[in-house]
Design a protein around this ligand. Sequence first.
Ligand SMILES: [Zn+2]
Length: 222
Amino acid sequence: MTNTSGDDATGRDAREAVKRYGREMLEKGLTKATGGNVSRRTGPEGFAISPSGVPYPEIEPEDVPILDLDGDVVHDGKKPSNEVDMHRLVYAARDDVGGIVHTHSPYASTFASLNDPIRPSHYLIAFIGDKVPVAEYVTYGTEALGRKAVAALGEEYNACLLANHGVLAVGDTLGSALETAEMVEYCARIHYQARAIGEPELLPDEEVDHLREKFADYGEER
Ligand SMILES: [Zn+2]
């Protein structure tokens, strides 16, 4: 499979990105302690992923393993994150993805526990799609969970909820995947708040399509 538009990083840059954006995910309050995980594509056939159980501020580039899309370790680090199969299957399915973030951010995880997609009540949802869909529940750390996430993302969505669990966000780089994870949490919070005091007014499909075109142009300028 060739990489068409997902941005590749060298192994060294990918390990640095995992260190940097893992820490940012924590600092932005999208996860706690060693929860969640991040990865960065190194080429058509590989990716660097955060190690399992290492606190984000303590991750050093040499701790970050690099794997191929069969799940075999190419460059040693510490033990890969327990969601390694989910990351692997998303890279295999989506050539446009160069970075992946998995969080347990609280407002988005609330909708995940309701098995309720986040609807387009705020225009920023168009960064993700016409909604944030929900992947069916499967036990964490399994290949089956990866398959459900791939199915929910399809070709179009830049994020999905994982039922009763959390969030998966993708981007052309790890930085843009983290930005998407923040958008998911923000849209979830606004939708939650709007539902708490009233019935949110949803944006019509045509407007969401229009916004998606505008954001695609904006993405190219970044
Ligand atoms: Zn998780």
